[in-house]
Design a protein around this ligand. Structure first.
Ligand SMILES: *[C@@H]1O[C@H](CO)[C@@H](O)[C@H](O)[C@H]1NC(C)=O
Length: 311
């Protein structure tokens, strides 16, 4: 089938500047409901199945935003590039962690518009995949899956673990060990590491890492400051932090758990796993956008911060 497509990224509201200096460039081939290399007309429209067009250049930056060979974001729409794209280790283009895109008939010329699966589906749509010929593993953080709710985000007596150590690290002061903090802090340079001690009594149980972020009006003994887009990347670390931990000697990332986009009045189940009973584990919260967050970790009503619920 011959048809043009426009890549319309539909995630709303998140804007990032494109630094072409740290981007990686690739070509795309569609497969599935429509197939063939993705070419581009001079006005930026992307077309598949037209052999007269040379493959279009696309570049993905470290925020997972894609621009075309002319620096146009989101292709054709010339909107600000939307972050959240990645090229998986298998070469498949993904958006928000899904490799499925939807190609829908435009109706008037037999062309196909391509949407992320997050957009409202139009009629006569087919699922397609888009394979990149390079940049494999150029990952923006995977989005946090919304599985079942794990153990849930509600703290009740005896069913949760509180972090026993919170350590800020600062890339702008990489050799400084700031020591223990009562606050979790996430800025463009500061991340926070949270250590949890999982008691032996949690053996055989399920644990969920949750982030609770109530509205200020619901806080009695805590407070927070918050600005920016709220994107936070959460990672499980290979070992725990100590009071000597600084940016340079911080434990490495064992597993990137994905990112959450926080805003007050919401709670997030980040990851669910079988409780590592009798072990100490640690997690790092770091900026994945323009987040500026400082909160006093507190389990008094309304609880705020990073906790592990147990069920
Ligand atoms: C902890 O966070 C609260 C709320 O943002 C703030 O008022 C307080 O000054 C912070 N504490 C420290 C030691 O930074």
């Amino acid at each position: 089938m011959k048809g043009f497509m426009t890549l319309v990224a539909s995630a709303a509201g998140v804007h990032a500047l494109v630094n072409r200096g740290d981007s990686c460039c690739f070509h795309l081939t569609a497969s599935g409901g429509a197939s063939g290399p993705v070419g581009q007309l001079s006005d930026g429209q992307n077309r598949i199945g037209d052999n007269s067009l040379s493959p279009a250049d696309f570049c993905i930056d470290s925020n997972g935003a894609i621009t075309d060979g002319n620096g146009r974001g989101c292709i054709l729409t010339r909107a600000t590039p939307t972050p959240g794209f990645s090229v998986g280790s298998n070469g498949q283009l993904e958006f928000a962690g899904s490799a499925n895109f939807v190609a829908c008939e435009t109706g008037d010329n037999g062309g196909l518009n391509i949407y992320s699966t997050l957009s409202n589906a139009l009629s006569q749509c087919k699922t397609i995949n888009l394979m990149a010929d390079s940049c494999s593993g150029s990952q923006s953080p995977p989005p946090t899956p919304q599985p079942n709710n794990g153990c849930g985000p509600i703290l009740s007596s005896g069913n949760f673990e509180f972090p026993h150590l919170i350590i800020p690290i600062d890339s702008s002061s990489p050799d400084t060990a700031f020591g223990t903090s009562f606050n979790g802090t996430v800025t463009s340079t500061i991340s926070s590491i949270f250590n949890f001690d999982i008691p032996q009594s949690d053996s055989g149980k399920t644990c969920s890492l949750v982030f609770l972020f109530p509205n200020k009006a619901d806080l009695q003994t805590s407070s927070f400051s918050f600005s920016g887009d709220g994107k936070i990347d959460v990672a499980k670390l290979a070992s725990v932090a100590t009071s000597q931990t600084n940016f340079n000697n911080a434990p490495s990332v064992a597993e990137d758990l994905g990112y959450i986009t926080i805003s007050p009045g919401n709670s997030f189940v980040i990851s669910t796993f079988s409780c590592p009973a009798g072990q100490a584990i640690s997690f790092e919260m770091k900026n994945a956008g323009s987040t500026d967050l400082d909160f006093f970790q507190d389990f008094n009503p309304a609880p705020i911060g990073l906790f592990i619920t147990v069920c």
